[in-house]
Write a protein that binds this ligand. Structure first.
Ligand SMILES: [Cu+2]
Length: 176
């Protein structure tokens, strides 16, 4: 029965991944707490290079204006796989289960991402608000922040990392 169960689980995961990608493309984060959406590169007014390592993001203070579109150039300068995930506690909480499963299923090792396995399981980790990088990799996210000040930050949801300090608020100008 184990094979059957695994088959169903991975099919369900595949369907889930497809439907959530579609929802994100259509409507930002739908009814989820609004922490922004994918931005247009023509509207970028600020660029941050964010470096990730064990267990930090640099710079430690990222400041944005409400409604601003920011380009994040994300570099993993550490020795382990790290994630740059724009969101809030609720979003990270539900995403953490997926990340735990990716480790359990061997999709994420300490310093390697098994892309073949991720494809196989239908878990390509292609959310517009996040990138998962091996040591030495870099990626870019263009993000438009909400018009009003809201709770948003960055976190690494590789199991254990957020708990060990890979999380910080993004500061809206005027918040101090
Ligand atoms: Cu990390």
């Amino acid at each position: 029965m184990k094979i059957t169960t695994t088959g169903i689980t991975s099919l369900a995961a595949g369907l889930l991944a497809v439907s959530s990608t579609t929802a994100l493309a259509d409507a930002g984060h739908g009814t989820a707490p609004d922490f922004g959406r994918t931005g247009d590169e023509h509207h970028v007014s600020r660029t941050y290079e964010v470096r990730m390592g064990e267990m930090y993001f640099k710079p430690g203070a990222i400041r944005v204006m409400p409604g601003e579109t920011v380009r994040f150039i994300v570099v993993n300068e550490g020795d382990a796989v790290h994630e740059f995930n724009l969101g809030n506690e609720d979003a990270w909480g539900s995403h953490a289960a997926e990340m735990n499963r990716m480790v359990d299923e061997g999709m994420i090792d300490y310093d390697v991402l098994r892309h073949g396995k991720m494809r196989e399981m239908g878990m390509m980790h292609a959310d517009p608000n996040a990138v998962l990088l091996e040591p030495g990799e870099r990626a870019e996210i263009i993000w438009t922040f909400p018009d009003k000040v809201t709770e948003v930050g960055i976190a690494c949801n590789v199991p254990g990392h957020r708990e060990f300090g890979m999380v910080q608020d993004i500061i809206f100008r005027g918040e101090g």
